[in-house]
Design a protein around this ligand. Sequence first.
Ligand SMILES: NC(=O)c1ccc[n+]([C@@H]2O[C@H](COP(=O)([O-])OP(=O)(O)OC[C@H]3O[C@@H](n4cnc5c(N)ncnc54)[C@H](OP(=O)(O)O)[C@@H]3O)[C@@H](O)[C@H]2O)c1
Length: 243
Amino acid sequence: MEFDGQLALVTGSTAGIGRETARLLAAGGATVIVTGRDEARGARTVASIEADGGRAKFLAADMADLASVRALAEAVGEVDVLVNNAGIFPFAATVDQDEEGFQRLFDVNVRAPFFLTAALLPGMAARGRGSVVNVSTSATSFAVPGAAAYSATKAALESLTRTWAVEFRGTGVRVNAIAPGATVTEGTQALAPDAVDETGRKSPLGRTASAREIAEAVVFLASPRAAYVHGELLQADGGRTIG
Ligand SMILES: NC(=O)c1ccc[n+]([C@@H]2O[C@H](COP(=O)([O-])OP(=O)(O)OC[C@H]3O[C@@H](n4cnc5c(N)ncnc54)[C@H](OP(=O)(O)O)[C@@H]3O)[C@@H](O)[C@H]2O)c1
């Protein structure tokens, strides 16, 4: 299988897109580190992977806490695949955005993947192989009122994707990003299921994505099938950004 013998770390894999990505990577032969804050959800994800015959282990970490991010990197040591998926998406109009929420958005969505990648990518480079996939959003490509700060965090992640792809040139490590459109997950169902449905309906495909559909695209980028794809942003948004 294409991930045999590989260790994968998927942040935010206790739910949603991250959980489906962890399940697919494990089905492809990887041993997967499942991480998030919620131990019960983590245990359920690990159990579902093991029930399918895969290998996984849960490590608790809070991406809002830099010490916890560093401890996670230390505990993991070396990985072949890193999926920076954990993210929060509380919406607020620009004039209503509070400072604490703004800071938390950047801590979880930008600072955590930045320092996790900084800690883990040199090991990949030293071994001459590895793949990083950053989970952005299609909302960086068009204006979404109420998502100013959120979209800015993901635009930063897309910029980091391009910079890392060049900073680590010639090492055998690939870095890419994916931009999901409206996807049915625990997070979006808790936040605004109707708005997510409506956004999905506006896409040319006329519907929302399942977490599994997005995970398939993430896993493609992480896999040897994407061996010559580097520094790229893959839109997985039902065509929303083109019309
Ligand atoms: N769903 C969509 O429509 C959509 C569209 C575009 C982009 N995205 C992006 O896709 C990613 C996943 O979204 P989703 O909809 O699958 O989210 P979700 O269902 O809310 O799941 C979020 C995951 O992130 C983890 N997480 C959140 N805050 C964390 C923290 N402080 N520390 C550690 N883990 C944390 C959660 O784990 P714990 O609760 O266990 O901590 C959970 O595993 C996000 O980056 C999001 O911005 C989603």
